[in-house]
Write a protein that binds this ligand. Structure first.
Ligand code: ADP
Length: 403
């Protein structure tokens, strides 16, 4: 067995979505990924598991009834590759949990009480927390002797200043229902801002950064000396930037208007804003790569969608530069941020008077590594820094177990 393929001292990291399950078996110290994979279309007859371990890739296509069956299939694929996850050296399972509500802002070792408390948050995150819990329950069933740790997407933003976290609505009502701006993608914003400081050889405390996490979901944050002072998502992951299928900011009046004028009920409006809006709502296409191809082919809807996306992003960058007062670094990350040079260039075009100059050659170069894409005379350093939420979750899980 090569060390690359050694499951000792590993953490199994799980990210459960409504019909999918992403997983990674990772060594938290070295960051070595022993195996990773994806279960898709759970609940359908043609579900698919792709499992990559070392140089081997295994695939399964067939019926997978639920998340537990999906996970059992993943365990089978591990066995076929020579590893019995039940008896080998997994020290923890780390679960991404989207909403920690007011109660959870540290990685938390999961027991029955924690499961119940996460379940109590289902009203705050109806699209996310229930499926995260399904993943937790499946693991506790299949690996009863391995401790599970919940790592919350909201945790990093727990310390947002009060005036940033507060919506201007009736205070008693907000308090009663725990309504505040929580922020999401916190694991990524924390990891990427730390990795940026390390890459630049700077103290976290000395650096003011704007981090742009642009994936299927998208969010921006302003980070002052390592502490978040603004972020674009709010009570739920719907606020802020335009996303693959989410609208981001809309006038809240749109919701009431649709209720009255279009006779849509709350669930229909929820579905429309979360699943049928954003790039998909504007152009029919939520995948950024395909959207870009359509823009290049001259598709008018795709072009408008792209422009709306860029406009919203620039608005947030401008707002956060003022929030920070001094911006040292602007950092692009996640699928779109790491891979779409034109989007990066368009988001920061014409901002030379704000001290931002992109070097087009550096921006166009392809790499999986952290890199600077601004020119040497740019006052603000612009970077691409790959995120690694799985590694961050693995490390936080081990730290939580160490107490
Ligand atoms: P998730 O939020 O699911 O973790 P990712 O961070 O993986 O999402 O980002 C997925 C998005 O990244 C998709 O819209 C995809 O089209 C986009 N993306 C991936 N590769 C490229 C690329 N080469 N060019 C443009 N967009 C890309």
């Amino acid at each position: 067995m090569t060390s690359q393929n050694n499951p000792d001292n590993t953490v199994l990291v799980l990210n459960a979505g409504s019909s999918s399950l992403k997983y990674q078996l990772v060594q938290p110290d070295s960051g070595t990924v022993v195996a990773h994979g994806l279960v898709e279309r759970i609940g359908e007859s043609q579900a698919r598991v792709e499992h990559v371990q070392g140089d081997e890739k295994n695939e399964f296509v067939g019926e997978i009834a639920d998340h537990q069956a999906g996970l059992a299939k993943v365990f089978d694929l591990f066995s076929e590759a020579g590893h019995d996850l039940g008896s080998e050296g997994i020290v923890a399972v780390g679960h991404r949990v989207v909403h920690g509500g007011p109660k959870f802002y540290r990685p938390t070792v999961i027991d029955d009480d924690v499961v119940a408390a996460i379940r109590d948050l289902e009203d705050l995150a109806p699209l996310h927390n229930p499926v995260n819990l399904v993943g937790i329950e499946a693991v506790r069933e299949l690996l009863p002797d391995v401790p599970s740790v919940a790592v919350f997407d909201t945790a990093f933003f727990h310390g947002l200043p009060d005036h940033v976290a507060t919506y201007a609505i009736d205070r008693a009502l907000a308090k009663k229902h725990d309504i505040r701006r929580y922020g999401f993608h916190g694991t990524s914003h924390e990891y990427v801002s730390g990795a940026t400081a390390d890459f630049l050889g700077a103290d976290r405390e000395s650096l003011n950064q704007i981090v742009l996490h642009l994936g299927n979901g998208a969010s921006a944050s302003a980070i002052e000396g390592g502490r978040p002072v603004e972020t674009s998502m709010g009570l739920t992951p719907l606020e802020g930037l335009v996303m693959g299928t989410r609208s981001g900011d809309v006038d809240p009046g749109v919701v009431m208007y649709l209720r009255r004028a279009a006779d849509m009920d709350v669930d229909q409006i929820d579905t429309m804003l979360n699943r049928e809006a954003g790039l998909k709502g504007l152009s029919g296409e939520n995948d950024f790569r395909t959207l870009t191809e359509k823009v290049e082919a001259g598709d008018a809807d795709a072009t408008l969608a792209y422009k709306v996306y860029v406009h919203r992003l620039r608005k947030y960058i401008g707002a956060y530069m003022v929030t920070l007062g001094r911006t040292d670094a602007i950092v692009f990350t996640a699928g779109v941020g790491e891979n779409a040079p034109k989007l990066r260039a368009d988001s920061l075009a014409g901002l030379e008077s704000f001290g931002i100059r992109i070097d087009s050659e550096r921006n166009a170069a392809r790499s999986r590594e952290a890199r600077v894409i601004s020119s040497d005379d740019s006052a603000v350093t612009v970077l691409v820094v790959p995120t690694n939420e799985e590694l961050a979750i693995a490390r936080q899980s081990v730290a939580a177990l160490a107490g």
